[in-house]
Write a protein that binds this ligand. Structure first.
Ligand SMILES: *Cc1c(COP(=O)(O)O)cnc(C)c1O
Length: 355
């Protein structure tokens, strides 16, 4: 067995609503706000598209000819050869790590960010270097200081999971300008569709200017397709040719591709969802306890507290399943009625607990 596996754990999905109800003796409904899914689900056109594509389930998927590749290429104004699909963005992260990293190589990222960058680096026998967040934000100056001649991949999650915070276009561009050309800089934009800030990076522009940039996105969050497992990278063609060698031949299913295609084509629905999300997020950003939460450009908030487990348990008893971290709790937006109740519950929590 690879020795480094002893440092790692299999992904812990958390207890199901039923298990939690039993554990905490709860009678009422429990809402899962722990994984940043879009509770409204995908565009109704997705269901229709899936139903219309049930007759050829016996064929292997023609991954290279997916219509969604054409759709995305037009939508993003990039070449089809610049798009690479994976079974969720998670798989794309794994394939990139497997393609690039050799034992002794280094990856660089921040503490308190998406865990898969580090996880796959360790499996590939690479070293992981991280710097602390600065007031909840990636600290690119500190990260720059950690670059060595072994650094191969730099992962920037923007907006960041779990804090919801983001770095501006200029901040990221001035960083990339300084980074040596042979280091790949990956910008994970899993939440980009939710972002409203004016200075949010135009990452595709960065990609066209700097060959070393890779942009990562998914259908799992704003598009509401987490169950379908489809995400993608946009990058220069020579890198994608290498990823293609490592990729399993049929890594994305035909129905996921059909679902993604229908979802991307319905931008009206996406806009409705993301606007609704923003209204809900702003209720929290303006709440009485606002000093406890980071400014979020996503569909979740990060509540800072010295007693995350206390807050987590408190929320469970109110019927909310959330995600605890060492210094806080991450809460996904639910439906309006959930969020309004959540606001009240958090108000009471911070009135009765002073941290
Ligand atoms: C959810 C998430 C992913 C993975 O998404 P899938 O496409 O569902 O695998 C990747 N990065 C970040 C930051 C995420 O939050």
């Amino acid at each position: 067995m690879k020795q480094q596996l002893s440092e790692l754990q299999a992904y812990q999905p958390g207890l199901s609503p039923r298990q939690l109800k039993e554990k905490y003796g709860i009678d009422g409904e429990m809402v899962k706000l722990a994984s940043n899914e879009n509770l409204y689900g995908p565009s109704p056109k997705v269901k229709e598209a899936i139903k219309n594509n049930l007759d050829e389930l016996f064929y292997y998927p023609e991954v290279k000819q997916f219509e969604v590749k054409e759709t995305l290429s037009t939508f993003l104004n990039v070449k089809k050869e610049q798009i690479f699909f994976g079974s969720g963005l998670d798989e794309v992260i794994m394939i990139i790590s497997r393609t690039v990293l050799e034992p002794g190589d280094e990856i660089l990222t921040s503490d308190m960010t998406f865990g898969q960058y580090k996880h796959h680096a360790i499996i590939e026998s690479a070293q992981v270097k991280t710097t602390p967040l600065k007031d909840g934000y990636f600290d690119l100056d500190a990260m720059y200081e950690q670059i060595t001649d072994k650094t191969k991949l730099i992962w920037i999650c923007n907006p960041n999971n779990p804090t919801g915070t983001y770095l501006s276009h200029d901040a990221i561009e001035s960083f990339i300008k300084k980074v040596p050309d042979d280091i790949i800089v990956l910008i994970d934009e899993a939440y980009i569709e939710f972002a409203v800030a004016d200075d949010i990076p135009n990452s595709l522009e960065l990609l066209s200017k700097y060959n070393q940039v890779v942009v990562l996105r998914t259908l799992s969050k704003a598009y509401g397709l987490a169950s379908q497992r489809i995400g993608y990278a946009i990058a220069n063609e020579s890198l994608l040719d290498q990823l293609d060698i490592v990729r399993l031949p049929f890594n994305v299913t035909s129905l996921s591709a059909v679902a993604a295609d229908a979802a991307i084509k319905d931008q009206t629905y996406l806009k409705e969802m993301t606007q609704k999300n923003r209204q809900e997020i702003e209720k929290f950003l303006n709440a009485s306890f606002k000093e406890h939460i980071y400014d979020s450009q996503t569909n979740f908030i990060y509540v800072n507290t010295e007693e995350p487990q206390v807050l987590y348990d408190y929320l469970i008893k109110e019927g909310f399943i959330t995600r605890p971290f060492p210094n806080g709790v991450r809460i996904t937006m639910g439906f309006s009625e959930h969020n309004d109740k959540m606001l009240k519950v958090l108000e009471t929590f911070f009135e009765t607990h002073n941290s």
